[in-house]
Design a protein around this ligand. Structure first.
Ligand code: ADP
Ligand code: MG
Length: 317
C-alpha cells in the first residue's frame, strides 16, 4: 500500500459542511459570518504521550479528544481538523482501528478531517483542530477577577491512577482499573460545557498537565491569586480505591491527562453555572475562589493551610 492509497483508504471522506476536504493542495473552510476561527494543535509522540502497546482505536480517539478539549476551553464549536501522521510502516491492522477510533469521535462532534500529511518515521500523531466562536466571545485565560468562584468539570486523578498501575507502582481491582484506563485512554472533551459557558465563565482552561499547574496559567494571565479547598478536590477522584491521602491529593491536584475544564465565574452567577452544567450533561464542582493577592493557597477540609508543593508536568523540566 503506497502513501496515496493509504490516505484514500483510511482518511478520505467526502466533505460535508466544509467547502473542500482531503485531496487538493489546501482544504477550504467556510466559517459563518460573524464568527472567529479558533485553532489549536496537539501532538502525541510514542514513548512520551503513550506506550507502544496502546490500542490503536483508543489512540485515534485520544489524539482528537485532546485537541477538541482545547476548543472546549475556548467555548468554540468544532468544525474541522487536519492530521499529520508519521508511521514506521503502512500497517493495515493498526491503521484500520486507529481510523475507526478517530472518526467515531469526529462524527460525534461533526468535526471533519479535511487534510494532513503522511510520512514514514517514528509513530507521531499531530492534529490541528479548527472551531468557530462568535467574534469576541471566546473564553480566555485572562478574565478571572477577585471574588469569582473557581470550578472544575467531571473528575480528576483517575487517569494518573491508570498510568501508575501501568508503570507497576500499584495494583487495583480489575473493574476500578478498567474505569481508570478509560479516563486515561478515552477522555471526553467537554465541548458542550465550553459552549454553554460563553458569556458566563470569566476565564477557562482545559486541565491537561495537572489542576494546579494549569490554574497557575489562569492566575498569571489574569493577574490574580486563588484559594483552593483541597477537601472538595479530594472528592473529585472517581475510582474508589484505597490510597494514602497524600497520594490521592497529589494525583487529583497534579495528576495530568484529565482533560476537564477549569473555569471561573462571578459568585452571583452560581445558578446559571449549575444550569449550564445541567444543559451540557457534565458535572461541575466549586473548588475555590479567586483572590486579589497573587499566588495559590491550598486549604484542607478543616480550613488549615497546606504547605506542600505540587509540580505539574513539564516536558523540559
Ligand atoms: P501535498 O503534496 O500538497 O503536500 P500530500 O500529497 O501530502 O499533499 O497529500 C495529498 C492530500 O491528502 C492533501 O489533500 C492532504 O491534505 C491529504 N492528506 C495527506 N495525509 C493525510 C492524512 N493523514 N489525513 C488526511 N488527509 C491527508
Ligand atoms: Mg501540494
Amino acid at each position: 500500500m503506497g502513501e496515496f492509497d493509504l490516505i484514500e483508504r483510511f482518511f478520505k471522506r467526502p466533505a460535508r459542511r466544509n467547502a473542500l476536504g482531503v485531496g487538493d493542495d489546501c482544504a477550504l473552510l467556510a466559517p459563518a459570518a460573524g464568527m472567529q476561527l479558533a485553532v489549536s494543535s496537539d501532538m502525541l509522540v510514542e514513548g512520551r504521550h503513550f506506550l507502544p502497546a496502546v490500542d490503536p482505536a483508543r489512540l485515534g480517539h485520544k489524539a482528537l479528544a485532546v485537541n477538541l478539549s482545547d476548543l472546549a476551553a475556548c467555548g468554540a464549536q468544532p468544525l474541522a481538523f487536519t492530521l499529520a501522521l508519521s508511521l514506521p510502516q503502512a500497517d493495515e491492522a493498526w491503521l484500520a482501528p486507529f481510523a475507526r477510533g478517530l472518526f467515531a469521535l469526529a462524527e460525534a462532534h461533526e468535526c471533519e478531517l479535511v487534510g494532513g500529511d503522511t510520512t514514514r518515521g517514528p509513530l507521531n500523531i499531530c492534529i490541528t483542530v479548527f472551531g468557530e466562536v462568535p467574534a469576541g466571545q471566546a473564553l480566555l485565560r485572562s478574565g478571572a477577577r477577585a471574588g469569582d468562584d473557581l470550578y472544575v468539570s467531571g473528575s480528576l486523578g483517575d487517569a494518573r491512577l491508570a498510568l501508575e498501575v501501568s508503570r507497576g507502582a500499584l495494583s487495583v481491582p480489575a473493574d476500578a482499573l478498567e474505569r481508570a484506563r478509560a479516563r486515561l485512554d478515552l477522555p471526553t472533551p467537554r465541548v458542550a460545557l465550553g459552549q454553554a459557558l460563553r458569556g458566563l465563565a470569566t476565564a477557562c482552561i482545559d486541565v491537561s498537565d495537572g489542576l494546579l499547574g494549569d490554574l497557575r496559567h489562569v492566575l498569571r494571565a489574569s493577574a490574580v491569586g486563588a484559594a483552593i479547598d483541597a477537601g472538595a478536590c479530594l472528592a473529585l477522584m472517581d475510582c474508589a480505591v484505597q490510597l494514602d491521602p497524600d497520594t490521592r491529593l497529589e494525583w487529583v491536584l497534579a495528576g495530568g491527562d484529565d482533560y476537564e475544564l477549569l473555569f471561573t465565574a462571578a459568585a452571583d452567577r452560581r445558578q446559571q453555572v449549575e444550569a449550564a452544567a445541567r444543559a451540557a450533561g457534565t458535572r461541575v464542582t466549586r473548588i475555590g475562589r479567586i483572590e486579589a493577592a497573587p499566588g495559590l493557597r491550598l486549604f484542607d477540609a478543616t480550613g488549615h493551610r497546606i504547605a506542600r508543593q505540587f509540580a505539574s508536568f513539564d516536558h523540559f523540566a
